[in-house]
Design a protein around this ligand. Structure first.
Ligand SMILES: *Cc1c(COP(=O)(O)O)cnc(C)c1O
Length: 498
C-alpha cells in the first residue's frame, strides 16, 4: 500500500510511502494523504484481534496501513505509547452509559482528552520515519496554542529521539489550569514560552517562521528543520482507526454481541472530522458498523451538510462549552469526499471552498454518504441538560463534548427506534471541563472558578480527579519565559542552539 493525495489526478511521482506521508503532513498539491487501497478485515481477523490487548491490536491494525514499518517496530511503539503508567484506566475502555448505549472512553491518557490516543503514538512514528528516510537533522515541532492542543503535543513529543518541541501560548489567553499544565511540563526536549498578545499573534508568529526561507537556512546550519504537529497528518489519523475495532472486540469478548455478523452504530462528537473519518475507514475495512452519527454543537456546518449536501462556512462562529468542536472548516471531510467522489471532484470542491466559502456535493454522492452518515447538532441548553440527565438518571458523568454526542444519540434512537448497540465516543474527562460540567449539573449554583471546579465536581459526584489534573497547583514550575511576538524567531533559535 502507498499514499496518494486526495487531490491527485494522475501524477504517480507523488505517490509515497507511509513514513514519507507522516514526515510531510500535507501533500505537495495541498491535498491530504490517503492510502491507495483499504485493507480488509474479515471475521477471522476480528477474532484474532479479540485475543490481544490494546497495544497488540494497535500494532496489528497499523501494520496493515503503514507499509514501511515492521510489526515489531509498531509493537514496540504501541507498547510504549499505550503504557499503563500513561493510561492507568486502560487506553480505550468501553463503559455502559445506559441500556443499549456505551461510552468509548478515550480520555484516560496524559492530558485527559482523546487527542492523546493519536499524540502518544504519532511522535514515535515520526521519529522512526526520520531514520527510514535518511534524515539526520533534528525535527523541531513548533506549536501555537490557545490551550489544550499544546499540552497534548508536549506530552506526546517529550523525550522522543531526534525531535524537539516548542510551544507558544498567549500570556493572557489560556486558562489558569492550562497555563499551569504547560508551565510544569516535564521532558528534556521541550520548551514553553508565553507571548505578549493574543492567540492570533502567537499563531501568526509561528506561520511567519514556517514561511521564512532564510530562517530555515539558519536552522539548517544548526542541524534542525521545522515540522508541525498538524491534525491532518496521516500519522494522527491511522491510530484512531484502532479503537473502533478494539471496541467491537470488547463487545464480542463480553458476549454483549453474539457474533461477528452483528452490527453496531457509532456516534462521534465531531470538530475537524478526523475521529469520525477513522470510524468510516474501519467500516470500509469490513468492521460491522451500520451507521455513523456525526454530532455537532451550535457550530452545525456538518449537520447542514449531511442534510442538504451543501457545505457553507459563511456563517456565524459560536463559542461554546465544547470548544474543541468550535470549527467552521472540518479539514478531514476532504478525505470522505475523496473516498466517495474521487480526486477530481474533491479538488474542485476544495477550490470552491477556498474561493467562495462553500461547495455542494452532487445528489448521487450525497445518497451514498447518507447511507452511512447522519448528522445531529445540540445547542448549549441541550448539552447541559444531557449532562444532568445522564448523571441523575443513569449515573454516568460526561464532559461537555461527550454530552453533545449523547444528546445526538438520544435523538437518533428516538427517531429510528434502533435496537442496534450504539457506541458513543467519549472524548474528554468531565474534569477537563469541570466548571461547565458543574454549572450544567447545578444551574442555580453558578459556575465555580476553574481551579476550584475540580474539587467542587469531585465533592458533588463522588468521582475521582484523573491523574493529569490532580495536584496541578503543587507541581514545580519550569517555564516562566514571556516574550514579544516579534521576538519569536529569536526564541526558536535560542532553543535550537540550546
Ligand atoms: C478534538 C476534539 C474533538 C473533535 O475531534 P475531531 O477529530 O476534530 O472531529 C472532540 N472532543 C474533544 C474533547 C476534542 O479534543
Amino acid at each position: 500500500m502507498n499514499y496518494i493525495s486526495t487531490r491527485q489526478t494522475g501524477k504517480p511521482e507523488e505517490i509515497c510511502t507511509a513514513s514519507k506521508a507522516i514526515m510531510r503532513g500535507l501533500a505537495p498539491d495541498g491535498g491530504l494523504y490517503v492510502p491507495d487501497s483499504i485493507p480488509s478485515l474479515d471475521a477471522s481477523g476480528i477474532r484474532e484481534l479479540c485475543k490481544m490487548d490494546y497495544a497488540e491490536r494497535a500494532a496489528r491494525v497499523l501494520s496493515w496501513f503503514l507499509n514501511d514499518y515492521t510489526e515489531e517496530e509498531l509493537l514496540e511503539d504501541c507498547k510504549a505509547a499505550y503504557r499503563a503508567s500513561a493510561f492507568p484506566g486502560g487506553p480505550a475502555p468501553l463503559v455502559r452509559a445506559r441500556d443499549g448505549v456505551y461510552a468509548l472512553e478515550l480520555w484516560h491518557g496524559p492530558t485527559a482528552a482523546f487527542k492523546d490516543m493519536a499524540l502518544q503514538i504519532m511522535p514515535r512514528l515520526l521519529s522512526r520515519a526520520l531514520g527510514k528516510n535518511g534524515e539526520t537533522r533534528t525535527a523541531l515541532i513548533l506549536v501555537a496554542t490557545s490551550g489544550d492542543k499544546g499540552k497534548a503535543a508536549l506530552e506526546g513529543y517529550k523525550d522522543i529521539p531526534q525531535i524537539r518541541i516548542q510551544v507558544f501560548y498567549p500570556e493572557k489567553g489560556v486558562s489558569r489550569v492550562q497555563q499551569l499544565q504547560m508551565a510544569t511540563q516535564t521532558g528534556d526536549n521541550v520548551s514553553v514560552c508565553a507571548i505578549r498578545g493574543n492567540f492570533d499573534d502567537a499563531q501568526s508568529g509561528v506561520k511567519a517562521i514556517f514561511s521564512d526561507r532564510t530562517f530555515a537556512k539558519t536552522l539548517n546550519a544548526r542541524g534542525t528543520f521545522l515540522s508541525s504537529a498538524n491534525s491532518i497528518n496521516w500519522g494522527r489519523l491511522a491510530p484512531q482507526i484502532v479503537y473502533y475495532i478494539s471496541a467491537y472486540c470488547d463487545l464480542l469478548n463480553r458476549g454483549e454481541i453474539k457474533g461477528t455478523g452483528e452490527s453496531v452504530d457509532f456516534c462521534v462528537p465531531t470538530g475537524n472530522f478526523g475521529n469520525i473519518f477513522a470510524a468510516y475507514l474501519a467500516k470500509r475495512m469490513g468492521l460491522p458498523i451500520r451507521r455513523l452519527i456525526c454530532a455537532s454543537n451550535r457550530n452545525d456546518v456538518l449537520t447542514e451538510f449531511f442534510s442538504t449536501g451543501r457545505y457553507d462556512r459563511k456563517r456565524e462562529f459560536h463559542l461554546t462549552m465544547s470548544p474543541s468542536m468550535d470549527i467552521l472548516i472540518s479539514s478531514n471531510l476532504e478525505r470522505l469526499l475523496w473516498a466517495v467522489t474521487g480526486p477530481e471532484k474533491t479538488a474542485a470542491c476544495m477550490e470552491q471552498l477556498r474561493a467562495s466559502g462553500e461547495y455542494t456535493v452532487d445528489r448521487e454522492s450525497m445518497d451514498r454518504i447518507r447511507e452511512v452518515f447522519t448528522g445531529f447538532s445540540a445547542d448549549e441548553s441541550q448539552t447541559a441538560k444531557t449532562i444532568r440527565t445522564y448523571f441523575e438518571k443513569y449515573g454516568y458523568l460526561c464532559d461537555t463534548h461527550t454530552a453533545v454526542a449523547l444528546s445526538a444519540a438520544d435523538r437518533y434512537l428516538q427517531e429510528t427506534g434502533s435496537k442496534v448497540p450504539l457506541i458513543v465516543d467519549s472524548t474528554a474527562s468531565p474534569y477537563k471541563f469541570a466548571a461547565d460540567v458543574c454549572a450544567s449539573l447545578d444551574p442555580d449554583a453558578g459556575k465555580p472558578e476553574p481551579l476550584d471546579a475540580l474539587d467542587v465536581l469531585k465533592a458533588r459526584t463522588g468521582t475521582e480527579i484523573p491523574y493529569p489534573l490532580a495536584g496541578i497547583g503543587n507541581r514545580a514550575v519550569r517555564f516562566t519565559r514571556v516574550a514579544d511576538a516579534a521576538d519569536m524567531p529569536k526564541e526558536v533559535l535560542a532553543f535550537a542552539e540550546a
